[in-house]
Design a binder for this molecule. Structure first.
Ligand SMILES: NC(=O)c1ccc[n+]([C@@H]2O[C@H](COP(=O)([O-])OP(=O)(O)OC[C@H]3O[C@@H](n4cnc5c(N)ncnc54)[C@H](O)[C@@H]3O)[C@@H](O)[C@H]2O)c1
Ligand SMILES: N[C@H](CO)Cc1c[nH]c[nH+]1
Ligand SMILES: [Zn+2]
Length: 430
């Protein structure tokens, strides 16, 4: 891990650099695959699945038999754990439902706003190096609460062309019926343009590696909406000398093991804590099954010493981490002053893994600094806020003249007429 003991001597830009590839590096490949999928549909999806996932698929859609067999393979312990997580995620996302907002802005002029579900959505579930069935909970649960009608799920197959049983169990538990064995850029192309098997959707959700994330971003040029750029995982821990080094190291490694392009950062006001955490990372990393991946991500990562909380928070807000853990005595300072982070974890006993799986919050979060302008997935992500209005004759008499004057000032005579004709009619009745 790169050690930075004096941020004043290093440019903040270089401190905050991320290892993710930039859009230009991948754009050409994505647009080529998009073009081919538009013309060739399922055949092209299968061709790229062979190229990138190393498997030749007979069928893209998972059959009912495959789902039933998968469900039987999942242990009771895992089923119970998934159900506990589901309860918490459901409770937290149900509580995000809002009532219709109704306002009579002037007597006779009633405006209201009501949320309506997005009818057709696509869920991308990462599966390149680990089958992230927990992401199904994070996406399908709010989608069902919102009332989305058509939910398609895409996730990469393994080398035998199969999906992990826990993916099949969780999808079926959450009410997803159409599951496609396709990942990467080709999955995003399928859901953006539609193929014989994969339905075209209005909005694509879900995290993924750089290929998936950049494909999602480019897909928006073709009319589909996306939740946000949710790419390689990140964690920033702020620790003072009340932090527990082994806990901090375990949190940093938890996000480092996601992928070689993940990045984890420790910011601390204690040089001693930095040294201890660094040693703990070395010890804990060696026994991890994914130690090569974690070690590669750790090489992208940084240990930063700062001499004040004010400097620390300025740096953290400039970085905008996906996950932010606060392990300091004065945690309220950071809670009050953090403005750019996807999800915040407070105290020595709030591991980031809790939010990844089971506390109730959503783990699909903005990365790469996008926490500055995007929220993580939440119930509203699956809905549109539609507005309605109803105006009585009396109401139009109250606001009509203002509309006429404004329309005339914009030089839009037809707009003015739409009011004037009605006002004349009302006045002639009186
Ligand atoms: N931000 C979030 O909310 C969040 C949540 C969970 C996971 N993640 C991230 O999701 C990612 C999951 O990555 P993953 O790779 O395990 O699974 P993935 O499903 O995102 O990607 C796998 C796919 O990438 C494609 N691919 C691989 N190499 C390619 C190449 N050279 N060219 C074109 N396509 C290629 C393949 O088609 C493969 O199916 C990790 O980076 C993890 O950190 C982020
Ligand atoms: N930490 C990931 C989001 O960056 C989510 C996840 C799923 N499974 C384990 N972790
Ligand atoms: Zn994780």
């Amino acid at each position: 891990m790169k050690k930075i003991y004096n941020p004043e001597k290093t440019s903040w830009k270089s401190i905050l650099e991320r290892p993710t590839a930039c859009i230009d590096d991948i754009e050409e490949t994505v647009l080529k695959i998009f073009d081919e999928v538009i013309d060739g549909g399922d055949e092209i999806i299968k061709k790229y699945t062979t190229q990138f996932d190393g498997v030749s698929l007979d069928e893209i859609k998972v059959s009912i038999q495959e789902i039933e067999e998968g469900i039987m393979e999942v242990s009771d312990d895992l089923k119970k754990s998934i159900q506990l997580a589901k309860e918490n995620i459901e409770a937290f996302h149900k509580a995000q439902q809002t009532d219709t907002v109704v306002v009579e802005t002037k007597e006779g002029v009633t405006c209201w706003q009501q949320k309506k579900p997005i009818q057709k959505i696509g869920l991308y579930i990462p599966g390149g190096t680990a089958p992230l069935f927990s992401t199904i909970l994070m996406l399908a649960i709010p989608a069902v609460i919102a009332g989305c009608k058509e939910i398609v799920l895409c996730t990469p197959p393994d080398k035998e062309g199969k999906l992990n049983p826990a993916i099949l169990y969780t999808a079926s538990l959450c009410g997803v019926t159409k599951i496609c064995k396709v990942g990467g850029i080709q999955a995003i192309a399928g859901m953006t343009f539609g193929t014989e098997t994969i339905p075209q959707v209005y909005k694509i959700f879900g995290p993924g590696n750089q290929y998936v994330t950049i494909a999602k971003q480019l897909a928006t040029k073709f009319g589909v909406a996306i939740d946000m750029p949710a790419g390689p995982s990140e964690l920033l821990v702020m620790a003072d000398d009340t932090a527990i080094p082994s806990f901090v190291a375990s949190d940093l490694l938890s996000q480092a093991e996601h992928g070689v392009d993940s990045q984890v950062i420790l910011v601390s006001t204690s040089k001693e804590i930095i040294e201890k955490v660094e040693r703990e990372i070395e010890i804990q990393c060696t026994v991890l099954p994914r130690k090569e991946i974690a070690a590669a991500a750790i090489r992208n990562s940084k240990l930063i010493y700062v001499d004040s909380d004010e400097k620390a928070i300025a740096l953290i807000n400039m970085y905008g981490p996906e996950h932010f853990i606060i392990c300091t005595a004065n945690d309220s300072f950071y809670v009050e002053n953090i403005v750019n982070a996807g999800s915040v974890f407070i105290g020595n006993y709030t591991p980031e893994s809790a939010g990844d799986y089971a506390s109730g919050t959503n783990h699909t979060l903005p990365t790469n600094g996008y926490a500055k302008q995007y929220s993580g997935v939440n119930l509203d992500s699956f809905m549109k806020a539609m507005t309605f209005q109803k105006i009585t004759k009396e109401g139009l008499l109250r606001i009509g003249e203002a509309i006429e004057i404004m329309a005339a000032a914009e030089g839009l005579e037809a707009h003015k007429n739409a009011v004037s004709l009605r006002l004349q009619s009302i006045k002639s009745e009186a």
